[in-house]
Design a protein around this ligand. Structure first.
Ligand code: 5GP
Ligand code: MG
Ligand code: MG
Length: 188
């Protein structure tokens, strides 16, 4: 266990409380890894992680997958340093791998409005993969208003701002081993 697991944290002057513990995260990530290992046996899938937020989740998830697989990354920005989505997606980095005829597993940290995931699935489809599955650690079910493909979801969560385990607030908090939730409404 990490030695850095406080009950509450202050990040950029705002207080966040523990929401998902390290143990809950580990158990759920192991379940997802087992599901993917069975589903993709013999298919040599390529994981595509969405930077920056998904890097911790993806690194833990891949170590729970016991079949041959590869990894690549792309980078998007939609939140800037804010706590609510800007409603625009900006490409910051594309994948390097050729995914034509490959089985792609797209890995996101969190689906909020669904805009980013929707955009990414469309973008990757154009590269003619054999299949695309999506995985997100967190899903803000009530906030999702885009028609979005979600195949594997770690946890469904309320429409509140979260950080830790790769997720940031104005670039801070990614190193927290657990997920923390903002005590007040994100629009305030
Ligand atoms: P969407 O396009 O679904 O509205 O937003 C997706 C992206 O916004 C996520 O990949 C993530 O980078 C960011 N995001 C959405 N909700 C949160 C949140 O509660 N906390 C943090 N740190 N980022 C979020
Ligand atoms: Mg993300
Ligand atoms: Mg962010």
């Amino acid at each position: 266990m990490s030695l850095f697991n406080p009950e509450t944290v202050t990040c950029n002057g705002e207080t966040f409380s523990i929401y998902l513990t390290q143990q809950e995260l580990e158990e759920r990530v192991a379940e997802l890894g087992d599901e993917l290992s069975s589903k993709y046996e013999g298919k040599n899938p390529i994981f595509i992680g969405v930077l920056n937020g998904a890097y911790i989740f993806l690194s833990d998830l891949m170590r729970q997958v016991d079949i041959p697989c590869e990894v690549d990354f792309l980078k998007l920005s939609s939140y800037g340093d804010e706590k609510v989505s800007s409603g625009e997606v900006t490409d910051l980095k594309d994948i390097d791998a050729d995914i034509e005829d490959r089985h792609v597993i797209l890995v996101e940290d969190i689906v909020d409005t669904g805009l980013s995931m929707n955009y990414l699935v469309d973008k990757l489809q154009k590269k003619n993969p054999e299949s695309i599955a999506t995985v997100t650690l967190l899903h803000k079910t009530e906030a999702t208003h885009h028609d979005v493909q979600l195949d594997y979801v770690g946890f469904e969560i309320p429409t509140l701002f979260v950080l830790g385990y790769g997720l940031d607030y104005a670039q801070e908090g990614r190193n927290l081993a657990q997920i923390y939730i903002l005590d007040s409404d994100p629009k305030e």
